[in-house]
Every structure is written in structure tokens, then in C-alpha cells.
Design a protein around this ligand. Structure first.
Ligand SMILES: C[S@@+](CC[C@H](N)C(=O)[O-])C[C@H]1O[C@@H](n2cnc3c(N)ncnc32)[C@H](O)[C@@H]1O
Length: 266
């Protein structure tokens, strides 16, 4: 399906805030989950699409080093620069970063990959069919394409809270994007990889914020906040900030849901 409205620009600070909030307040550790769920091994070649600031690069490197390799790709040059800075000590022939929009034709890296991961990024693609087919062809024998992202039930309570504060529901594209892995990508994977070679699961978790400040910082780093308050005056934003304090008890819990779709080749 082709839809330009799925496209998204990630502000660097917003991504850092969300990563840090997840690390501190979530009862779910995605790094650990990936380690248990997939047998990533020394020597494996891995492609991390939409790698952002390299949140998973060091973790992947620990699993594939010293002979494996990682290609991190993202369209955001600031985030790629941050990743390059963070991992400048790692061997450049094994750990590479590339600025590239995955909706443009993918460069021929001359390689095939045991693992292609896309963590909270591929659901921004404008043309899922084209991209999935190209990615499948980049897999080495026994390889897997793994798409991780929000599940259909993700942050429903945050959406309700946001509505009571801003009077705005998430826009239609935002809702469709959240449901994309389940509703659009899964049937596509079953066609491309065949049903027998596709796995899909949804995993529930919670984020427990100990105080209003930590919750507020997280909430304001979300796309939901940015879309809902777009065009609001500074006074209106200040009014909402006061309301957040009035409405939130001392601690707050947000339900999250992740989905994971895997397509394998023999
Ligand atoms: C929510 S962040 C996730 C980053 C990283 N995978 C992580 O889990 O920390 C989404 C990332 O996808 C990237 N992205 C979105 N659309 C993209 C596109 N069309 N091509 C390449 N990267 C894209 C954004 O720049 C951003 O870094």
C-alpha cells in the first residue's frame, strides 16, 4: 500500500527522551527480549533499518562480534552522526552507518543478511509492498526479516488522557500506522514469505512513571503530543501543562503493546 502520509521526521531530542523513559520506567526490556527470542550469533551479518541514534548497535555488536557485521541505516543525518560518534571505537569495517531513506531505492550493498531488523521504524514506510519484496531478496539462506513496532492496542489509555487534555484524538494516519504491522504487513508477509514461514506476536507491557515530571517529559516527547498541540499558542500550552499536574496523581501507569512480525527464508 502506498501512502505518503505515513512518512515521519523524528526530532533527535524526542527520540532520546523516549529511549531514556523506556529504559527507566518500562517493565519490558526490548534488548533482552530480542536476545532471548532470536539466535543472533557471532559472525552474523545484520542490517538495522531505521537505526536512529544506534540504540541497538552496541547490543547487536556484542552478539555478532568479532567477525560479524552491522549496517545501521536511517534517513535522519543528525541521528546517524550521533550513532557514529557513540560507536567510533568499534571497527569500521564491521560496523557501518548510512544515511538513506528506505522509501528511496535501496543501495546495493553487495551483501546478503542473516538478520534484517526494523525496530519501531518500518511502519513509517510509504510503500510497504515494494520495500518488503526488496528486503526479502537481501536475506541470506536461513535469514529473517523482523519488524518490531507498536501493537494495535498500544497506548490506548494515553490517547484517552490526551483527548481529555487537548480535545484531540490521534489523527487517522497515526491510528492506521499503529495497526499497520497487524493489519497490513502480516498479510503481506504471508504472501511474500508464505504462511508457514511467518510468525506474529503481540506483547503487553506497562510504563510506571514515579512522578508527574517524568510522565510529562515522556508525554511531550511523543508524536501524539506534537500532533495534538500543533498550532496551539504558548498560553494554551501553559494551560495544558497546569492541567496535566491537576489531572495526574503522584504516579501513573501507561499500558503499551508491541508487535513483532518475522518472515523467514529457508
Ligand atoms: C522511533 S525511531 C526508532 C529508532 C531505533 N530503531 C530505536 O528503536 O531506537 C524511528 C526511526 O525511523 C527512522 N525513519 C523513519 N522513516 C524512515 C525512512 N523512510 N527511511 C529511513 N529511516 C526512517 C527515523 O529517522 C527514526 O530514526
Amino acid at each position: 500500500m502506498v501512502n505518503k502520509a505515513y512518512s515521519y521526521e523524528e526530532p533527535k531530542q524526542a527520540l532520546n527522551s523516549r529511549i531514556s523513559a523506556h529504559a527507566k520506567y518500562s517493565n519490558f526490556n526490548l534488548h533482552e527480549w530480542i536476545k532471548e527470542r532470536f539466535r543472533i550469533q557471532e559472525g552474523d551479518r545484520l542490517w538495522d533499518l531505521g537505526c536512529g541514534n544506534g540504540n541497538f548497535t552496541g547490543f547487536f555488536w556484542e552478539l555478532v562480534k568479532p567477525s560479524g557485521s552491522i549496517l545501521g541505516m536511517d534517513k535522519n543525518s543528525d541521528l546517524i552522526k550521533e550513532a557514529q560518534g557513540k560507536y567510533k571505537e568499534l571497527p569500521k569495517k564491521n560496523v557501518q552507518f548510512m544515511i538513506h531513506d528506505f522509501d528511496d531505492p535501496l543501495p546495493d550493498t553487495g551483501m546478503s543478511y542473516k538478520w534484517i531488523f526494523s525496530i519501531y521504524s518500518l511502519y513509517y514506510t510509504e510503500d510497504s509492498l515494494k520495500l518488503m519484496q526488496v528486503l526479502k531478496n537481501q536475506l541470506a539462506p536461513g535469514g529473517a526479516l523482523i519488524v518490531i513496532g507498536p501493537g494495535p492496542e498500544n497506548t490506548k489509555d494515553l490517547n484517552e488522557f490526551n483527548y481529555s487534555l487537548t480535545g484531540k484524538n490521534p489523527d487517522e494516519e497515526h491510528i492506521k500506522r499503529i495497526e499497520r504491522i497487524a493489519n497490513e504487513f502480516k498479510p503481506l508477509f504471508e504472501k511474500i514469505f508464505t504462511k508457514e514461514l511467518v510468525e506474529y506476536e503481540e506483547i503487553d507491557s506497562v510504563m510506571n512513571f514515579p512522578d508527574i515530571e517524568s510522565f510529562s517529559e515522556y508525554y511531550k516527547s511523543t508524536l501524539l503530543w506534537r500532533q495534538s498541540t500543533k498550532g496551539f499558542s504558548d498560553d494554551k500550552i501553559k494551560e495544558i501543562e497546569v492541567k496535566i499536574k491537576e489531572m495526574i496523581p503522584n504516579s501513573i501507569q501507561i499500558k503499551k503493546q508491541m508487535s513483532c512480525l518475522v518472515g523467514r527464508i529457508d
